[in-house]
Design a protein around this ligand. Structure first.
Ligand code: MLC
Ligand code: AMP
Length: 504
């Protein structure tokens, strides 16, 4: 019998009293044994509800040890775990529940009234779980035994389905297998020298690859402890740093810390490692960080579809403005976007990657998979880059029309589709512009219908019924017409130039 993720991440820790999820001071919290005991009880609930291997479980949950245990329970039962951003609206949730064919939705009790009718209409059961773990799911779990025999799974069986927004405005479910997740955790743990002595400060959300897989799977694999903060809060992170050895963050974490005078050399002198990813880390931030703390942030590059692809070295030079070299086992090439031919060193093209980390394709979208994964297994990332003289990858832009704000991806098309439907709006263009806190921020440029008067507050309120708050424009501009080229295509580059200083 085998279950790759269970065998590598959970089995070694069954019954262990070692600390897994620590409170802010680095002590107390949940031991490995307690965590796996909870996960086993949850696994019994899932099995008793009739969920079978391959069924999808949607979790829209505040970050908590119980929410993390639900991921572990899904692995144990072979159920495919599908975590979703707590910011998603009911309309967005409808899409994910429907597209994934979810059998079970687990959500906060405060959201159950809004989501239950949607789930019921789609044939999914609903159970509640609050930030403190309380709710219908825990009540059911309380009566179950603490051990669970994991369901047999092969390396290519799915462990998770993570939705990632798409150019067309329709999100795609990236199918991630046991082997995809485990191979990446093994490589990263070794490359970044994680051991059971590490205390990882975890302030990321757990509904994305970064917080759920990169951070959590490495900790589980190596027996490390995580200081498990509910979210990134500068005060809480500064209070927790003295007990930590390492931290993983998006660039906004680091710019916020650098803005705080309490974030000093002495505060982090004992730290072993800071990593950054999910969005570009400005070379300036990297240098400021070193000047303040003496540490060089280790920047790496990944994607939902591929897990992590490249990393700056633990021991060698960590070059600001680069994402390092391909990880062991990952093949990377820079290709001509038109022809797919591999380009010589130094030329700018699209990053393509192949390896055990690369996903199994998009859920129920074979045509999308075929567009983005070549027959020989290389995945076309849509990121534009070149390699430098040492083979380090320098990301210079994106071939895809994507905005990355505070580490969250927003496809302009999805926002434009919602804006275009609002009363009084003739058409819209959504762009990303530089933002001091989020790296990039969404700006919506709207053209009113003849005679209509558009008001920013009303636009945002109405769009907010459909779209998660992080996708909403941070600024709305009303113009008479959008700039177009001779083919009639909106010239977003001109708009980006015009509004580049919106948040300067
Ligand atoms: C929150 N808001 C955002 C936002 N986060 N707006 C744009 N972009 C974001 N990322 C909204 C809030 O709803 C609020 O709106 C307003 O902005 C101010 O919120 P805040 O209190 O300042 O935000 P905060 O809660 O502090 O969150 C900011 C953050 C968070 C950066 C800490 O977004 C975060 O943890 N990001 C990490 C994302 C992540 O893990 N990405 C990994 C993806 S995996 P209003 O209207 O209510 O005032 C991946 C692959 C890889 O990319 O390589 O890792
Ligand atoms: P997601 O779809 O949320 O997984 O986001 C993946 C995208 O984030 C990649 O395609 C890149 O565009 C971007 N990304 C991740 N890490 C980095 C990085 N270190 N530097 C620049 N962009 C990054």
């Amino acid at each position: 019998m085998a279950n790759p993720l269970h065998d590598a991440l959970f089995a070694p820790h069954l019954g262990s009293e070692r600390s897994f999820l620590a409170a802010a001071g680095g002590a107390g919290g949940t031991s490995y044994g307690e965590f796996l005991d909870t996960a086993s009880r949850l696994a019994h609930v899932l099995a008793d509800l009739g969920l079978t291997p391959g069924d999808r479980l949607v979790a829209q949950l505040e970050k908590s040890p119980m929410a993390l245990a639900l991921y572990a329970a899904s692995v144990m039962t072979g159920v495919v775990y599908l975590p979703l951003n707590t910011a998603y609206t009911a309309a967005e949730m409808h899409y994910f529940l429907d597209d994934s064919g979810a059998r079970l939705l687990v959500c906060d009790s405060g959201r159950a009234a809004a989501l239950s009718p949607i789930a019921a209409g789609l044939g999914a059961k609903v159970l509640t779980m609050d930030a403190n773990g309380a709710g219908g799911l825990r009540d059911l779990a309380a009566g179950k035994p603490g051990g669970f025999s994991p369901v047999d799974r092969g390396p290519n069986d799915l462990a998770a389905l993570l939705y990632t927004s798409g150019t067309t405005g329709r999100s795609k479910g990236a199918m991630l297998s046991h082997a995809n997740l485990l191979s990446n955790a093994e490589v990263l743990a070794a490359e970044w020298r994680f051991t059971g002595a590490d205390v990882l400060l975890h302030a990321l959300p757990i509904f994305h690859t970064h917080g759920l897989f990169v951070a959590t799977n490495i900790a589980l694999l190596t027996g490390a402890t995580m200081i498990f903060l509910p979210r990134f809060d500068t005060d809480a992170v500064i209070a927790a740093l003295p007990a930590a050895t390492s931290m993983m963050g998006v660039p906004t974490f680091y710019t916020r810390l650098l803005d705080d005078p309490r974030f000093s050399h002495d505060l982090v002198a004992h730290m072993r490692l800071f990593t950054s990813g999910s969005a570009p880390l400005a070379a300036e931030t990297h240098e400021q960080f070193q000047a303040r703390t003496g540490h060089r942030i280790l920047e790496r590059y990944g994607m939902t579809e591929t897990n992590m692809n490249t990393s700056n070295p633990y021991d060698g030079p960590r070059k600001a403005g680069t994402v390092g070299k391909p990880l062991p086992g990952v093949e990377l090439k820079i290709t001509d976007p038109e022809t797919g031919a591999t380009l010589p060193e130094g030329e700018i093209g699209v990053i393509e990657v192949r390896g055990p980390n690369v996903f199994q394709g998009y859920w129920k979208m074979p045509e999308k998979t075929a567009e983005e994964v070549r027959a020989d297994g290389f995945f076309i990332t849509g990121d534009l880059a070149r390699t430098d003289e040492d083979g380090y990858v320098v990301i210079v832009g994106r071939a895809k029309d994507l905005i990355i704000s505070g580490g969250y991806n927003i496809y302009p098309k999805e926002v434009e589709l919602v804006l275009d439907e609002l009363p009084g709006v003739l058409e819209s263009a959504v762009i990303g512009v530089p933002h001091p806190d989020f790296g990039e921020a969404v700006v919506g440029i709207l053209v009113p219908r003849k005679g209509a008067v558009l008001d920013e507050a009303t636009i945002l309120t109405e769009a907010g019924i459909r779209l998660a708050r992080f996708k909403l424009p941070k600024r709305v501009v009303v113009v008479e017409a959008l700039p177009r080229n001779t083919m009639g295509k909106v010239q977003k580059n001109l708009l980006r130039q015009s509004y580049a200083k919106s948040f300067a």
